[in-house]
Write a protein that binds this ligand. Structure first.
Ligand code: BGP
Length: 474
């Protein structure tokens, strides 16, 4: 299948998952760093952001490999917690700012366009301790101040900005599900943080447009594609719809369309978790919608009508409205516990076409994390990750089919360029086109998929005849 000219074929990562703490100054902890320090025992084999892939000192090697593979784009983030020595007076840490500058320049000279997320969970712990983090509108203002400095310093060379990567995720894990440190279960706070990040995005979009820089600005959202168990069962369909409102449209409606849907507002009011907003803020959100959206899409979310009655005295959770549905026989990535369902790419394109007026979008993350990947090394030590090649091929096949039918999807970015640190799972599941060898001083080695991706980019031909391979996995 032909890949259209100009279709982005890149890869992604983030600052905190690669950098390591080399050169980090006292007081520069991010939320992730603080969590890692407090609950080190939930991180796989004690590995985490402290060393990561040591991108801080080894980025030149990585950029050289990006050039070798021929990536058109590389998305990463700038680490807010390291960018300042004083978050309130916006005093820049010039050492870190220089590092960012060098990385951007290196990417450009390697002919790889940088795409930058302003936050990929790297909110400074200081702002959590002092203001309760994203629950606070003071933090919204400080974020916008931070973003303006990035536009001034790097906007001449970075032309694609994203306010957040997966803005819903940290507060969902902390305030809605209570899974992550500090386990502060508080659904109202969950929704307030969601809203404050929408507001922060609108204010940042406004700041970007009034700066002298060219380019575009958007957000990266982890769209959780909700499939009802049975499309002819109205209760299952309703369960999927409510899931979709609470996890997807809570961001995408205000950011793309400028307004929250009345159905969502009613759902939030009925459950006493409506966010605090002012008319002025809502007008600002309406006037400053984004230019483009990146969607992180890994697995389908299958739901059915709730199996059990909800306890009205329990803290609100969207599970009030749905139960998980496990499709018997589903194809799985067992390392991660995620179902593999490539046609989701095509279904996503239909949603963007029908519900968002063919708004510009791209796949900002998709990929396959595999445990114990060393077992796939051949005699010369190269990881033979055919399962990853198949995974990418199947997903791209469905995506390109949609593109050939008119979807406004601009590209595909693999997660991830190199193996890197996942929250808690650390290096357990390997995602990269490039191996990070923990047993050999973090040496970088191209996997078979790295060579394959290079060929894909060179030839712009996806040689894949099966549209959907069945269950045979690593
Ligand atoms: C996305 C995040 C990434 C990355 C990826 C893989 O949700 O944006 O930061 O971690 O998922 O998931 P995991 O690392 O949990 O396996």
């Amino acid at each position: 299948m032909q890949i259209p000219e100009g279709f982005m074929l890149g890869a992604a990562s983030s600052a905190w998952q690669t950098e390591g703490w080399h050169g980090k100054k006292a007081g520069q902890d991010s939320y992730l760093d603080d969590w890692f320090k407090h609950e080190y025992f939930v991180w796989h084999e004690g590995k985490g952001p402290d060393v990561a892939t040591d991108f801080m000192t080894r980025y030149s090697e990585d950029v050289a490999l990006m050039k070798e593979i021929g990536l058109s784009h590389y998305r990463t983030s700038i680490n807010w917690s390291r960018f300042f020595t004083d978050y309130e007076n916006l005093v820049v840490d010039e050492d870190y700012a220089d590092h960012v500058n060098n990385v951007i320049n290196a990417l450009i000279s390697a002919n790889v366009e940088p795409m930058i997320a302003i936050e990929h969970y790297e909110v400074p712990q200081f702002l959590i301790d002092k203001y309760d983090g994203w629950n606070s509108k003071r933090v919204v203002d400080l974020f916008v101040g931070y973003a303006k400095i990035l536009f001034e310093r790097y906007g001449d060379r970075v032309h694609q900005w994203f306010t957040f990567n997966e803005p819903i995720v940290p507060q969902t894990r902390i305030h809605l599900d209570g899974l992550r440190y500090p386990h502060d279960l508080n659904p109202k706070k969950w929704m307030q943080c969601n809203y404050n990040k929408v507001l922060a995005t609108a204010l940042t979009v406004q700041a970007f447009r009034s700066s002298s820089q060219s380019g575009r600005i958007g957000i990266i959202h982890n769209w959780e594609f909700a499939y009802p168990r049975a499309t002819n069962n109205q209760l299952d369909v309703l369960a999927a719809k409510r899931f979709d409102l609470l996890y997807n449209r809570v961001f995408t409606d205000p950011l793309i369309k400028g307004d929250y849907s009345p159905e969502l507002i009613k759902l939030l009011s009925d459950n006493h978790i409506l966010f605090n907003s002012t008319d002025e803020e809502l007008a600002l959100i309406k006037a400053n919608t984004i230019d483009v959206i990146g969607l992180n899409l890994y697995f389908p979310k299958r739901v059915k009508t709730p199996e059990h009655q909800w306890d009205p005295s329990a803290p609100f959770n969207p599970r009030k409205y749905y139960s998980d549905f496990e499709l018997p026989g589903r194809k799985m990535n067992n390392s991660r516990g995620w179902e593999i369902y490539p046609p989701m790419m095509y279904d996503m394109a239909k949603v963007m076409r029908d519900d968002y007026n063919n708004f510009p979008w791209f796949i900002s993350e998709n990929g396959m994390g595999t445990e114990n990947e060393r077992r796939f090394k051949n005699s010369s030590g190269q990881i033979q990750d055919d399962y990853r090649i198949n995974f990418i091929s199947e997903h791209l096949w469905w995506l390109l089919k949609a593109v050939h039918e008119g979807a406004n999807c601009e590209g595909y970015m693999l997660w991830a360029f190199t193996d890197n640190v996942s929250p808690m799972n650390a290096f357990k599941n390997r995602y990269g086109l490039v191996e990070i060898d923990l047993e050999d001083n973090l040496a970088r080695h191209l996997k078979k998929s790295g060579l394959w991706y290079h060929e894909l980019i060179e030839t712009k031909q996806l040689n894949y005849s099966t549209r959907f391979a069945y269950r045979s996995q690593a």
